[in-house]
Design a protein. Sequence first.
Length: 167
Amino acid sequence: MSRLIQFIHGKESGPWGSKITYLADIARSLGYEVESLSYSGITDPQKRVEKLVAAQQKQSAYLLVGSSMGGWVATTASALIVVHGLFLLAPALYMPDYPPHQLGCSGENIEIVHGWRDSLIPYQNIVRFAKENHCTLHLVDDEHRLIQRLDQVGEYFSNFLKRMGSD
């Protein structure tokens, strides 16, 4: 399997926003290739999954990194394509206006960062997901975008990549 990381942006952001750019630089420094498709204009999370699955037929990702709606997309896509792990940032899970997510990745290969003060996605949703799937969860004192704790998110991401690379 390649050492490609596929980044999946959120509903209101773009493929190379500040958070993805920051994390992509960390990934490149550790020898990973990175890609970030544009889902701009696609508001239906299931349509975003379809686009990701189609792209994976050309080059399959080793890891998926999803933020907000992109976290839902990464989680659901993991049931349809082979990936080694998921790194999720404030994922839109158990949200009333989203279809139920799917999961095809082992909880031991999932790491989540979520803000205590997230006003869009309740942290309780993410605690539920982490508990049900036995994955690592980092709750930080930040809001939905996790910008105030970006350095901390980067440390978690770097450690996650090192751990995944040694599996």
